[in-house]
Write a protein that binds this ligand. Structure first.
Ligand code: ASP
Ligand code: MG
Length: 397
């Protein structure tokens, strides 16, 4: 018997039928004898609809009220799932973030979890009742105003509860079979990774991978929470994210590219002020890193010279290689440059570290950039090891 956190993302519950399917899965875990704490996201698309409604009403909605509004998406899906569980003959109790003791900083829209006091969650478990906690929200300790944790914040709720309750497993259910070598919607031959370190998962999230919210990965790393990302639609083994990963097939000799991630608005967050001029200025200060002195040509990137002053309104996209030893081995940069140059893709390096190389490109060229990089670095590597089907994994690493 184990204590499991099971978080269900919005893509797992787009319809009432899917809420019932998820409830059956939760009930099955409960009947196997496990203590299950459920964390629900809003039904797919609901948070975006609420945001659109706010914009219809007000050009500048107050942050406090926006949080009060957005929090209702998770409250609805949470209560609906509790109803579905009770219909299956399982006692269940929906709790809001604050009822579950999720305390946060007062930063509306991007609050950080500062403390978890899950008395009511424990009380439900002690009585054989399944507690369901609304993801993505908590309250600030001062006047208990509702706060939200930023987009994708239900992941952080799940990790925070896993750490506070010292859960045996933190399962993040989604609509794909784990974390992939690239977004499978862009790269059809991308494949799920059996395991990842927190560090690599962090770099992937920072590089735009949407599968886990960035703060949740940092929280998991700090508290040693092992995550198991898996599909709520089938029994595929999923991806285990933990503190350390051993094995030559993971680290390999020389540089090791593990994944290609992308972000259509990659530089938006790092650019204050109006995008056009700032982006131009940013590009002009991007200097070739030593690792980029590849044999093909110096990194006087064509995009910089050819398109100066003509940056797209929507910002600059980024694509990233995530892996290890990327700086230490200049052949990574040479391969990247060769592949993008042969494909005629203009780009400029933005970040070069040992675990991530991020390049900027035109948003219209982003999908091609990702496909070219995936083909250059990941198509030829052997299949990664596959996790045990249906296995449960310890939360502490
Ligand atoms: N519903 C929120 C969002 O769409 C939080 C989440 O899904 O984790 O961002
Ligand atoms: Mg998510």
């Amino acid at each position: 018997m184990a204590l499991l956190i099971q978080k269900y993302g919005g893509s797992s519950i787009p319809t009432p039928a899917r809420i019932r399917a998820v409830a059956r899965h939760i009930a099955a875990s409960h009947r196997e004898g496990h203590d299950v704490v459920v964390v629900m996201s809003a039904m797919g698309g609901v948070t975006d609809q609420l945001l659109a409604q706010a914009r219809d009403i007000s050009t500048a909605p107050a942050a406090r009220e926006l949080d009060a509004l957005l929090a209702t998406g998770e409250q609805a899906s949470n209560a609906l799932t509790a109803m579905a569980l009770r219909d299956l003959g399982v006692e269940a109790r929906s709790l809001t973030g604050w009822q579950a003791g999720i305390l946060t900083s007062p930063d509306h829209g991007r609050a950080a979890v500062t403390d978890v006091r899950p008395h009511r969650v424990r009380d439900a478990l002690d009585h054989g009742v399944i507690p369901l906690v609304t993801g993505f929200q908590g309250a600030e300790p001062g006047d208990a105003d509702i706060t939200t944790l930023g987009r994708g914040g239900s992941d952080t709720t799940a990790v925070a509860l896993a750490a506070a309750l010292e859960a045996d497993a933190c399962e993040i259910y989604t609509d794909v079979a784990g974390v992939y070598t690239a977004d499978p919607k862009v790269v059809p031959e991308a494949r799920p990774l059996a395991r990842l370190t927190h560090r690599h998962m962090y770099e992937m999230a920072a590089g735009g991978a949407k599968v886990l919210a960035l703060p949740s990965v940092e929280h998991a790393r700090q508290h040693g929470v092992t995550l198991h990302i898996r599909s709520s639609y089938d029994d595929s083994p999923g991806t285990v994210v933990s503190g350390t990963v051993s094995g030559a097939e993971y680290w390999g000799p020389g540089p090791r590219v593990i994944a290609v991630t992308h972000d259509p608005h990659g530089t938006r967050t790092s650019l204050p002020g109006p995008l056009g001029p700032t982006a131009t200025a940013l590009l002009s200060i991007v200097t070739p890193a030593p690792a980029f002195a590849g044999p093909t040509r110096p990194y006087a990137h064509p995009w910089h010279t050819a398109r100066q002053g003509a940056f797209p309104e929507e910002g600059i996209a980024t694509a990233s290689l995530v892996g290890s030893g990327l700086c230490a081995h200049p052949e990574t940069a040479a391969t990247l440059d060769g592949a993008l140059t042969r494909a005629g893709i203009a780009y400029a390096p933005l970040t070069v570290t040992d675990t991530r190389i991020t390049v900027m490109c035109h948003p219209a060229a982003l999908d091609d950039t990702v496909r070219v990089l995936h083909a250059a670095f990941l198509t030829a590597t052997p299949e990664p090891p596959v996790a045990r089907r249906g296995g449960r994994l310890a939360v502490r690493s």
